[in-house]
Write a new protein. Structure first.
Lengths: 342, 256
């Protein structure tokens, strides 16, 4: 077959390995940090980065949404979207907290039933079960009823928020056990984020689950033709996303030492933004957990930097919107350029 | 007659009132390459869709390796050893070559249900072997398919059929969208498969290609087989007259 090789040889234009999107995010992160550092020295007269307290506050603030963003990332890679995460945080925080209260509080939700001072596993399982139900409904609507993910999870976003508000008619739930509070104490949210992100980074890279998630996001029809059970897989993708939202809800409420029905509001959009900034393509098939983690850090640095420079909090949302739009525009430009090269 | 690998008897497919396929009797022997030709709408693709289980036939028998088969879907057919290269490739653009070859049939290192760990080394080695067997050369197997030319993508799709111990390969117009050089490259792969003794059904409109590659030409017209010709006993003009309806094979006189 030397003939075939010769023909191929002429066609073997060496193609560059595509520039990883994560590198863009890393460069962005370094540049933004450098800007704040320089501005910090010249305007505030102190270092932005060389401040342990600032850094630890910054990272614990974004870590909770980061846990959510890990779940959202794999949904986006599968070619879908999940808008329900923030509301699932609210619902699972509220219901879990009602099973995490101390007995010395006479107004504990389940004081009459004696369901107080329960072991930590109890509220955790309750919170995750609430999230699981949300995820099963999302997955069933998307995989089997064939609703567009945007619509199915939009419905869940509204309904789960409804559950969170209905549960106590809008009242907050407070006074958790010390054991439960430990879940959000100090740097615990960060460790939990790191554990979740590392685990899913490995899963997306090295397991059948990850491979099939990328395949479905890349080309659902061909994934189906290749014998992947697309329905069952998408079910699993949305269930995992919801479980991670539930976990984020637990950490958030333990950290706040109270549960409020509005917990998690808009967090789904922050999570999507973190993923997109980190190079996860909204058209599916491309991106990584590492990218999302970098996107999360960019978020954290920017808002920590704004506080550092005493920029009015109102500007933060304006900038946030601009960053999201900019990141998607960059993604589309990259795709177009790649398509032209190929 | 144990050397007959695929046989259909009275294979019929109606879409409502449309008789897309009518009583088709077809045979394919071990190691044989057969071309199916015919005008658009003659029933070639319908025929393939019945064999590969993409659609369910209205009537008739399909015998594969001496056994009656009823494939419920394309996966059943694939598991039985019938590999198909579809016109629309069925590749995932964002995955690399080994991932595409093994999509849906990954080699597993540690079994953990959906979270089973992939055997990258094993898949890479099998990919190298499959590409060697089909004489396909692709630089940077680790690059996503997206960055490859149409010809390279088609080669990957074909190499996929050769990765697994397939007993029958079906190609539906594999070179329709390719340039001259890329077509040559795919044809070389087909010759290689022939040399390996792997039976194949090739659907093609390209007369030159058909005469270059196959042993036998079966012509479809209006859902029926109208000619079954040995390459050595026929000519391009002859085949064209069967396709257009100017001629009908003696044994199919009643057909059209």
């Amino acid at each position: 077959m030397t003939d075939a090789s010769a023909v191929m040889g002429q066609m073997d234009k060496p193609r560059r390995k595509p520039w990883p999107a994560e590198l863009n995010a890393l460069i962005g992160l370094v540049v933004i940090m450098a800007i704040f550092e320089i501005v910090g020295w010249s305007l505030v007269g102190q270092s932005f980065l060389m401040n342990k307290l600032r850094l630890s506050i910054m990272i614990t603030q974004v870590a909770v949404v980061g846990i959510l963003a890990v779940g959202v990332t794999q949904v986006i890679i599968s070619g879908g979207i999940d808008l329900s995460g923030g509301s699932i945080i609210g619902a699972s925080a509220m219901i879990a907290m009602s099973f995490a209260q101390v007995g010395t509080n006479p107004r504990a939700i389940f004081a009459a039933q004696g369901l107080v001072d329960l072991p930590i596993l109890f509220p955790i399982l309750v919170g995750l079960s609430v999230a699981l139900i949300g995820g099963l409904i999302n997955g069933a609507l998307i995989a089997y009823v064939k609703l567009p993910p945007f619509i199915a999870t939009l419905g869940m976003m509204v309904s789960a928020r409804g559950v969170a508000l209905w549960y106590t008619k809008g009242q907050p739930i407070s006074f958790p056990t010390n054991e439960f509070m430990a879940l959000g104490d100090g740097l615990m949210p960060v460790w939990i984020f790191i554990g979740v992100a590392a685990l899913f980074s490995l899963i997306m890279k090295y397991t059948v689950y990850g491979k099939h998630t990328y395949a479905i996001g890349s080309n659902e029809a061909s994934a189906r033709m290749s014998g992947i059970n697309v329905e069952r897989h998408l079910m699993l993708v949305y269930v995992i996303a919801a479980l991670l939202a539930g976990l984020a809800g637990l950490v958030l409420t333990a950290r706040a030492q109270t549960a409020q029905p509005v917990f998690g509001t808009m967090n789904e959009l922050d999570a999507i933004a973190m993923a997109v900034i980190g190079g996860v393509s909204l058209s599916g098939g491309r991106g990584s957990i590492l990218g999302t983690a970098l996107g999360m850090l960019i978020f954290g640095v920017i808002f920590s930097g704004f506080i550092f420079l005493s920029v009015d909090a109102y500007y933060q949302n304006m900038v946030k919107g601009a960053i999201i739009v900019g990141a998607v525009a960059l993604d589309q430009w990259r795709q177009k350029r790649q398509a032209m090269e190929a | 007659m144990s050397d007959i690998i695929l046989k259909t008897e009275g294979l019929t497919k109606h879409y409502g009132g449309v008789h897309a396929l009518e009583s088709v009797d077809f045979e394919l022997r071990t190691g044989e390459h057969v071309a199916i030709m015919g005008d658009n709408g003659a029933g070639k693709s319908t025929f393939v869709r019945q064999i590969t289980g993409v659609e369910q036939r209205t009537r008739g028998r399909i015998v594969f390796q001496g056994e009656d088969v009823n494939f419920k879907g394309p996966l059943d057919a694939r598991e039985a050893g019938i590999e198909t290269v579809f016109q629309n490739l069925a590749l995932a653009d964002d995955l690399d070559v080994p991932s595409n070859l093994f999509l849906g049939r990954e080699k597993i290192l540690v079994k953990l249900g959906p979270f089973s760990i992939l055997d990258f080394k094993g898949m890479r080695a099998a990919t190298d072997a499959a590409l060697k067997r089909t004489a396909v050369k692709i630089p940077n197997l680790g690059n996503p398919i997206r960055n490859m030319s149409g010809g390279q993508r088609q080669c990957v799709a074909i190499a996929r059929t050769a990765t697994f111990a397939s007993k029958l390969i079906i190609m539906d117009e594999p070179t329709a969208a390719l340039g001259v050089q890329e077509t040559r490259q795919v044809e070389n792969i087909i010759r290689q498969l022939k040399a390996n003794g792997e039976p194949m059904i090739l659907i093609s409109h390209n007369m030159r290609q058909v005469f270059d590659l196959v042993d036998r030409i079966v012509v479809f017209r209006r859902g029926r087989i109208v000619a079954n010709l040995n390459k050595s006993e026929t000519s391009g003009e002859d085949v064209v007259s069967y396709i257009t309806g100017a001629k009908t094979g003696a044994e199919y006189a009643g057909a059209a």
